[in-house]
Design a protein around this ligand. Structure first.
Ligand code: ARG
Length: 274
């Protein structure tokens, strides 16, 4: 298959440097507090990602890292922003709860006025993914089904609830990635979803790029697309050719240290959609 390249559009992202990144507790199967983390390396890897976004012409805003919040680097989890409207997170685990307050403060000081405070558990873009037609919403491990209704009401977008069934893929953004938010193009790993949710995905996205388990385990679906470039973990080697065949420009990143916390490219990147 050969197709012409898609067009990039300038994006605005919110990221948080891993200044206090550590694995001191375990709330997903990737986190092993006994495994040492190389903090300077984590920082270099994160800076590479930030610099790459900037060199592609995107704006990267920075959230101040706070001591005692080692998972704060995973900025995608703090909120979901669409049309400049902010739907804050409410974390499932006590350890991450205060991060929502830090995000709230950031949005207020950055001049966002429409900020929704959730009643139910939702972990921001960890479980919410935006396509042109839908708000895809994961559940099963973190975000509650009730948060799906709340988000639908807040954004006025149809929410498609998707059941995650494999603890390795505990957030939707570990199992599915939106490639083109203007044309409903996605890639995903079917094994992460219940049979019914798999059927829903097939129905909505019949032309989706289907990822192998191997690439999913390498966090290949934890990717960020700007409409042309797809930044993804370089270890997800099986995804590069199919992406190129479909007219995307894959860019491999190494966020190996952050993977010890159970996150990669997308987890570190919250998109601020105007
Ligand atoms: N250690 C974090 C947690 O378990 C990782 C979050 C990864 N973020 C993401 N968007 N999937 O909550």
């Amino acid at each position: 298959m050969s197709s012409s390249l898609h067009d990039a559009s300038p994006r605005r992202y919110l990221m948080c440097p891993p200044a206090h990144f550590m694995v001191t507790y375990s709330i997903n199967p990737w986190m092993d507090p006994a495994k040492p983390v190389d903090l300077p390396l984590a920082m270099t890897q994160w800076e590479d990602l930030r610099d790459r976004f900037r060199s592609l012409g995107h704006t990267v805003e920075l959230l101040d890292p706070l001591p005692g919040l080692p998972d704060m680097v995973f900025a995608a989890n703090g909120a979901t922003v669409i049309d400049g409207r902010v739907f804050l997170a409410r974390f499932a685990h006590r350890e991450r709860e205060p991060e929502a307050v830090a995000h709230h403060d950031w949005f207020r000081s950055a001049g966002f006025t429409e900020i929704g405070e959730p009643v139910h558990i939702n972990e921001g873009e960890g479980d919410f993914a935006v396509t042109s037609s839908y708000l895809l919403a994961g559940r099963g491990f973190r975000s509650s089904t009730l948060s799906h209704d709340e988000a639908q009401e807040f954004f006025g977008r149809p929410v498609i609830g998707l059941d995650l069934i494999d603890p390795r893929f505990y957030h939707l953004d570990t199992a599915l990635s939106v490639l083109d938010d203007a044309a409903d193009e996605v890639m995903y790993y079917p094994g992460a979803f219940s049979p019914g949710s798999r059927a829903v995905l097939r129905r909505l996205f019949p032309n989706a790029l289907i990822a192998s388990e191997r690439d999913a385990v390498a966090f290949g679906l934890n990717a960020v697309s700007d409409g042309r470039h797809v930044l993804l973990p370089q270890a997800a080697v099986g995804l590069f050719e199919p992406l190129r065949d479909r007219g995307w420009e894959p860019i491999g990143m190494d966020l190996g240290e952050l993977l010890k916390g159970g996150g990669s490219v997308k987890c570190c990147t919250q998109e601020l959609r105007p």
